[in-house]
Design a protein around this ligand. Structure first.
Ligand code: CMP
Length: 140
């Protein structure tokens, strides 16, 4: 299996509850290295650009409001099979459907305020990483 990089976001519901450290521990315990990380506040426009693929979905407006409602931690994770591995560690989008022990099962408030985001493909990971980080900010 190949070493990959994926984009992770710790969302405003989690930063508000001081869960950054606990979520990072879940990621690191699963063998994912945090090779870049910054805490930022998204403008609504930047949230809209990030989630442009969901523009036509009914939840798009609420999602962009939520993602710009408080600080987020954007991070690049690196490891063997990192994209799929991170999605296993996060659990299902809807916390009611997430497996025991996953980040969303433990911490998510609901399907929108679901604590973390993770890229779902190599193509999206490349776009999402470049959306927030210059190469010089990623230290493997
Ligand atoms: P994320 O993995 O960041 O991708 C899109 C986000 O939209 C998702 O997590 C949720 O925060 C949010 N969302 C809100 N409602 C839904 C829904 N019905 N289906 C999928 N995603 C939703």
């Amino acid at each position: 299996m190949a070493v990959e990089r994926t984009l992770s976001i710790i969302k405003p519901d989690a930063t508000r509850r001081n869960l950054t450290g606990k979520i990072n521990a879940c990621l690191e315990d699963a063998g994912l290295g945090i090779v870049a990380q910054k805490r930022i506040r998204l403008t609504r426009e930047r949230a809209e650009g990030f989630y442009a693929v969901h523009k036509e979905r009914p939840f798009f407006n609420d999602l962009c409001d939520f993602m710009s409602s408080g600080p987020v931690v954007v991070q690049v994770l690196e490891g063997e099979d990192a994209i799929a591995k991170n999605r296993r560690v996060m659990g299902a989008t809807n916390p009611e459907e997430a497996d025991e022990g996953t980040i969303r099962k433990q911490f998510a408030e609901n399907i929108e305020a679901n604590s973390v985001h993770g890229s779902d493909s190599r193509e999206n990971a490349a776009f999402e990483i470049a959306y927030f980080f210059d190469d010089s900010e990623i230290v493997g």
